[in-house]
Design a binder for this molecule. Structure first.
Ligand code: NDP
Length: 328
């Protein structure tokens, strides 16, 4: 057994500490597959864990990082053998189970899926949990029967990670995409990803009316709170909004009016415990449908020793698109 480099969150009387240090392989948690991590990413939840802004971390010490790509080093799981390239999103990684900001993880093989054909390790992590969640949201809207001929689709938090991938995916699928952002300087970036219209975040976070003028048939929301309440009140008859995030708050100051007077639906999206068939479908669609040029345009890369600073930025809403963390 040896040691490997990892970002470690610990807790003492004065609060939370975060450091990049050696971690003993003997201290890894149970699992039937050991993976040499090549890349992880920065998601909003990683920012919450790194800053301690919300109780994401459920045991200490914890290695944060909710997603990874790597190569199987050892496996007693019949589905995986040394050398296999694998992807992991969620399942408590970086929350209850030692996570991805490390050169090595030991996990349950059931949590892994093969790296989808057509994607490099870097591209898979440029998509990461944020992009996979955006695809789960698009799939939920489609399962609801919504198609581009029903009207526009709104994306909130559009310049963020989930938002950027959602804009690109919806545009590729033929939707007229209305991107809501608090960063008007990112208008050209969002148009480059496929947004047809840009609206100011402030249009959606003012007072909520039970029903407002109908503006869109569908939506992917990563903001929650007043923004989601306004988005619902502006949704067309029989439209639906996929709720995936809480960047603006966890509350939902809405009324039942959109649901009972316009038949609007609120579709919940969870990426963490999503069953394997849904994950495989989402990843296979991402590999086929996401424009890799647009993916590159929304992605920046940092080394492991910069995740702490990047974590602070993401909870302040100052990260554009997706951030890949290069590890091994
Ligand atoms: P990002 O920080 O990259 O994106 C969030 C975006 O929301 C920001 O870029 C910003 O966009 C907007 N925003 C930030 N703060 C506020 C605010 N106070 N009011 C209104 N808008 C705000 O995070 P991610 O894309 O990684 O994640 C987005 C959300 O989705 C998070 O809440 C995350 O926890 C959640 N999530 C949920 C998953 C699930 O399984 N359900 C999986 C992955 C993420 P702009 O500047 O364009 O306005």
């Amino acid at each position: 057994m040896g040691a490997f480099r990892a970002v470690v969150i610990d807790k003492n009387e004065s609060g939370q500490t975060v450091e990049l240090r050696d971690f003993d392989e003997a201290d890894l948690m149970d699992g039937d597959v050991t993976v040499r991590v090549s890349h992880s990413t920065l998601n909003y939840k990683d920012g919450l864990a790194l800053t301690g802004k919300a109780p994401v971390v459920r045991r200490f010490p914890m290695i944060p990082g909710v997603d990874l790509v790597g190569t199987v080093e050892a496996s007693s799981n019949p589905e995986f053998k040394p050398g296999d390239a694998v992807v992991l999103n969620g399942w408590g990684l970086g929350e209850t189970h030692l996570g991805a900001y490390a050169e090595k993880v030991r996990v349950k093989g059931d949590w892994l899926i093969p790296l989808p054909t057509g994607l490099s390790a870097e591209q898979a992590m440029a998509i990461g949990t944020a992009g996979y969640t955006a695809m789960l949201a698009l799939m939920a809207l489609e399962r609801h029967g919504l198609r581009p001929d029903r009207g526009p689709a709104v994306v909130t938090g559009a310049a963020g990670g989930v938002g950027s991938v959602a804009v690109a995916l919806l545009a590729k699928a033929g939707w007229h995409v209305i991107a809501s952002t608090g960063r008007p300087e990112e208008a050209d970036y969002l148009k480059g990803l496929g947004a047809a219209e840009i609206i100011e975040r402030s249009e959606l976070n003012g007072p909520v009316r039970p029903l407002a003028k109908e503006r869109w048939a569908a939506g992917i929301d990563s903001v929650g709170s007043t923004t989601l309440a306004n988005v619902l009140s502006m949704t067309r008859y029989h439209g639906a909004i996929a709720a995936c995030g809480l960047a603006g708050g966890m509350d939902l100051p809405s009324t039942v009016a959109p649901f009972i007077l316009r038949g609007v639906s609120l579709l919940g999206i969870d990426s963490v415990m999503a069953p394997k068939p849904l994950r495989l479908e989402a990843w296979n669609r991402l590999a086929r449908e996401l424009d890799l040029g647009k993916l590159a345009a929304m992605t920046s890369t940092i080394p492991l020793d910069q995740v702490q600073e990047a974590g602070r930025k993401i909870v302040e809403g100052r990260i554009r698109g997706r951030v890949v963390v290069e590890i091994g």
